[in-house]
Design a protein. Structure first.
Length: 248
């Protein structure tokens, strides 16, 4: 298990998702609002469809989603957000991508650089690690909720590229264009998601076996995700299951 799916699992084990539900909703609302400025109809706006799918996977109330769409399509609140992708290396040489949406570039880059430096990592130049990732649709499904063969049949029939077995979940991968169709098809067939989003999937992973490096890496990811300007964090690490259990 590695990268974004690993980090998602870690957050659930630590209870971070429930504890920070309000912060997660705020990030999702910001994405929906910005996406809706390109058109309020999800059928003609792939980015908005993906944002709504992500919100639904977090059980965001429909009223919240509707208000965010109305806010975005109506011109918003006057705040102009700039979308920035920061790239760098975390502890142990792990590649890290940080997707941000900010109204103050100087504040955001200073904070992101601080978090990297604090964890003995470093913020790099544009393009330094992005090539190590592929942009994919990712749907995480609890292994206890469905048999692998059944999910594989349903996912591939719906247009998914692959189903990967992880420690406690299945990772359904799609191309970006098919993501929403696969989500809708699986929902109609009664498949429930732990998470559904457009993500950056690592092509290769870096093994993190030393406890001090693992602790520093997880702290870096947690600090980044907790920042109001950060929308998503992606990394290409793999932590041994025994060590992961100890840290969780």
């Amino acid at each position: 298990m590695s990268g974004h799916s690993k980090w998602s699992t870690i957050k659930r084990k630590k209870g971070a998702i429930d504890a920070k539900r309000g912060k997660i909703f705020s990030k999702l609302i910001k994405e929906i609002t910005v996406a809706a400025r390109q058109g309020a109809d999800p059928d003609g706006n792939p980015r908005l469809r993906a944002a709504i799918a992500a919100a639904k996977s977090e059980n965001m109330p429909k009223d919240n989603i509707s208000r965010a769409i109305d806010k975005g399509s109506g011109g918003g609140d006057g705040v102009v957000y700039e979308e920035i992708l920061y790239e760098g290396y975390g502890p142990g040489g792990v590649a890290v991508l940080v997707e941000c949406m900010t109204d103050n570039r100087n504040r955001t880059v200073a904070d992101v650089r601080h978090y990297f430096a604090k964890s003995n990592g470093n913020l790099g130049e544009n393009g330094c690690v992005a090539w190590m990732f592929d942009k994919k649709g990712q749907i995480l499904v609890d292994k206890s909720s469905i048999a692998e063969e059944e999910l594989m049949d349903k996912a591939l029939e719906a247009g998914a590229e692959d189903v990967v077995e992880e420690e406690n979940e299945f990772q359904v991968l799609t191309d970006v264009e098919s993501f929403n169709d696969v989500c809708e098809a699986l929902e109609q067939q009664g498949v429930s998601f732990l998470e559904a989003s457009i993500s950056m999937i690592p092509k290769n992973t870096v093994e993190v076996n030393e406890e001090n490096i693992a602790v520093a890496l997880l702290k870096l990811l947690e600090n980044l995700e907790d920042h109001d300007d950060v929308q998503k964090v992606h990394a290409n690490f793999d932590i041994d299951a025994v060590l992961m259990e100890k840290l969780s």
